[in-house]
Design a binder for this molecule. Structure first.
Ligand SMILES: Nc1ncnc2c1ncn2[C@@H]1O[C@H](COP(=O)(O)OP(=O)(O)OP(=O)(O)O)[C@@H](O)[C@H]1O
Ligand SMILES: [Mg+2]
Length: 104
């Protein structure tokens, strides 16, 4: 069970996520819907700790993962292709996934 509770996240001073909460249960598929710029990708990046949550809590099967490094979150069993568009077209998907999973 993934639980996101009242999460806020920023890019610099830009307050992008404001009180985001959602849960994903075992075997459940959850779609995030919203207009361009609504914060869908930022929500995924915050779950993966690529963007840090400044408020709120994220738990995975009851464990608080809010402050973990991205590679620890992958080790815990959560993965997402959230960096696939961020590192540039010169990188292969495999390279980018390894980069996400590797030690910081
Ligand atoms: N690296 C960044 N630095 C600063 N602002 C950003 C950055 N990435 C996204 N933003 C801004 O954060 C807000 C949320 O963007 P985000 O990419 O999460 O939206 P989205 O819902 O995924 O949009 P889309 O449907 O276009 O993929 C937007 O206002 C966007 O301009
Ligand atoms: Mg997006």
């Amino acid at each position: 069970m993934l639980r996101v509770e009242s999460v806020d996240a920023y890019y610099g001073l830009s307050h992008v996520l404001q009180g985001v909460s959602l849960t994903v249960g075992p075997g459940e598929a959850v779609a995030l819907l919203g207009r361009n710029g609504a914060g869908k990708t930022t929500t995924l990046k915050t779950i993966m700790a690529v963007v840090r949550a400044r408020r709120g809590r994220i738990t995975w099967n009851g464990d608080d993962i809010t402050a973990l490094a991205p590679y620890r979150i992958v080790q815990a069993g959560i993965a997402g292709p959230v960096l696939l568009s961020s590192l540039g077209p010169g990188f292969t998907a495999a390279f980018q996934m390894v980069t996400l999973a590797g030690p910081q």
